[in-house]
Design a protein around this ligand. Structure first.
Ligand code: HEC
Ligand code: HEC
Length: 452
């Protein structure tokens, strides 16, 4: 028993001997249940065994942070100068829009009241803990990744040198996406990069003209010229490339979104500074034990950084080669590897701040943690039983939807390829479910959904 909880117990039940208090599950004089100390012992052992330790916080010099913050919020980075990173990743909300599917280059307004088109293929991830040096796979399909300091990205050998980390490499790709930031080819529109984006141009294999055009815009802007010079005092403006912008964006995101601060509830509990409910403790014991969540949600970020097919209902425009098919589909990790074993597989998401990162899964199909867990506990049954609702919307746009009655072959294929790790999910009671959700709700710092 931790000294602090012993103190709390003896303060609450002053008349009782510690021996009774340590018995667990018994009742106090007034009939209230005593805190069950055997839960603490078990949970603490599981947390230690599973290496749930807080990674170090990334630091960045103020001038670099400030450049990154301003770039992140600047519409100069988008073709039509209407969208910034923050249009989809609001800075005051853990970097996420709370929309099922993100809204792209013709959208307007701020999340979650952002409206317009086009709908992006996937749910916007929160930007928590990306600077802890622990993340090696980025995007839901890991199309930007790092191994032993080498980055693999859709740009192949066109990637610039001098990127500080995988997060900086990632920042180059929203800029090339026609739906997210570059904009479609439309010479009649105010898309000032239309000439770089003509039909037939494959920007990802020839990205440098777009990146250079963005750097030209920044250098020509008095405010950004100053911010660039402050962040990189030793480098002449003409010698700066897109990697200088990307490194600053990475430095900003890394320093801004850290989920293990003083107010983190689970780490506070681990360090003996915070109390969590018995329900959350039981949930934690289930998470690492019979509910076997830790099989995939493992390590300090609660993610194995691997890809699993959970037969998640297929909604939205589809992605990559699957977007052009009938019915459209999102083949997940398969688009990156071309390996059939990766069909419909998506990255195991980290679970820090998960109470705030609704709606859930790669396409935001479920609004609540309960629905998300019910799907996990019977992926095949849940996928087959899913029926497209009369209206499925993201920011006012109707979302295309397929279910097992309208796309039977697709659903049969998804279910047949279910991840081996989720074929025999545990049977959990409603009380277990409530405990698991209580545990997920303490994986929060509380400081990431307010402007700082
Ligand atoms: C139009 C909305 C939109 C804009 C603009 C946008 N993003 Fe995103 N972002 C998304 C979506 C959606 C995903 C997930 C896409 C996927 O996995 O295929 C994502 C993924 C990411 C990720 C990966 C997170 C993870 O956990 O894997 C990072 C980091 C990120 N964006 C940063 C940025 C930065 C930096 C910018 C600006 C340069 C930016 N985004 C612009 C919507 C957007
Ligand atoms: C077989 C591996 C695996 C197991 C076991 C597993 N998960 Fe997941 N989990 C995933 C994957 C993969 C996703 C994302 C799937 C997708 O979007 O297609 C996910 C998504 C989630 C999400 C949504 C997070 C978000 O930000 O969208 C939550 C919450 C979650 N899991 C909790 C749990 C809990 C609690 C358990 C134990 C009952 C569990 N998971 C067991 C692999 C797993």
């Amino acid at each position: 028993m931790h000294p602090l909880s012993r103190l709390v117990v003896s303060a609450l039940f002053g008349g009782l001997s510690l021996l009774v208090a340590c018995g667990g599950g018994s009742e106090g004089e007034a009939g209230q249940p005593l805190p069950d100390t055997s839960l603490d012992t078990t949970l603490r052992a599981l947390l230690a065994e599973n290496q749930i330790a807080a990674p170090a916080r990334a630091n960045a010099p103020d001038a670099l942070y400030s450049l990154g913050l301003n770039l992140f919020q600047s519409t100069l980075l988008s073709g039509n100068q209407k969208v910034s990173c923050a249009s989809c990743h609001p800075i005051g909300n853990a970097g996420l829009d709370n929309l099922p599917l993100a809204i792209g280059v013709h959208g307007s307004g701020s999340p979650p009241n952002r409206t317009g088109l086009p709908l992006i293929h996937r749910n916007t991830p929160a930007l928590m803990n990306l600077g802890t040096g622990k993340r090696t796979q980025l995007f839901w399909d890991g199309r930007v990744s790092e191994q032993d300091g080498v980055f693999t990205t859709p740009a192949g050998n066109q990637l610039p040198d001098g990127l500080t980390d995988v997060l900086a490499a990632q920042a180059l790709f929203p800029l090339l996406s026609r739906d997210e930031m570059l904009g479609p080819y439309d010479p009649g529109d105010d898309n000032t990069m239309a000439e770089l984006n003509a039909p037939g141009t494959v920007v990802e294999s020839n990205p440098r003209p777009v990146w250079n055009a963005i750097m030209d815009r920044l250098r020509a802007d008095t405010r950004f010229a100053g911010l660039l010079q402050d962040a990189y005092p030793g480098i002449a403006p003409e010698a700066m490339g897109i990697e200088h912008a990307a490194n600053a964006i990475s430095a900003f995101q890394s320093r801004r979104w850290y989920g293990f601060g003083e107010s983190n509830q689970l780490h506070g509990y681990i360090n003996g500074r915070r109390v969590i409910s018995d329900s959350a403790k039981r949930g934690g014991i289930l998470f690492f034990g019979t509910a076997a969540c830790v099989r995939c949600h493992s390590g300090p970020l609660f993610s194995d950084q691997k890809f699993h097919n959970l037969a998640v209902p297929q909604i939205g425009p589809g992605f990559g080669s699957g977007a052009g098919e009938s019915p459209p589909r999102d083949k997940g990790r398969y688009e990156v590897t071309g390996d059939e074993a990766d069909l419909y597989a998506f990255l195991t998401p980290s679970l820090w701040e998960v109470k705030n990162t609704f709606p859930y899964l790669h396409n935001g199909i479920y609004a609540t943690l309960e629905e998300t867990l019910r799907h996990h506990l019977d992926p095949a049954g849940s996928a087959m039983a899913f029926r497209c609702p009369a209206t499925l919307r993201s920011g006012g746009n109707e979302i295309a939807c397929r279910d097992s009655t309208t796309a039977p072959a697709l659903y049969a294929d998804m279910v047949a390829r279910l991840s081996p790790d989720s074929r025999a999910p545990p049977a959990l009671t409603d009380a277990d479910m409530a405990d698991l959700i209580a545990f997920l709700n303490v994986l929060t710092d509380g400081n990431n959904t307010s402007v700082r």
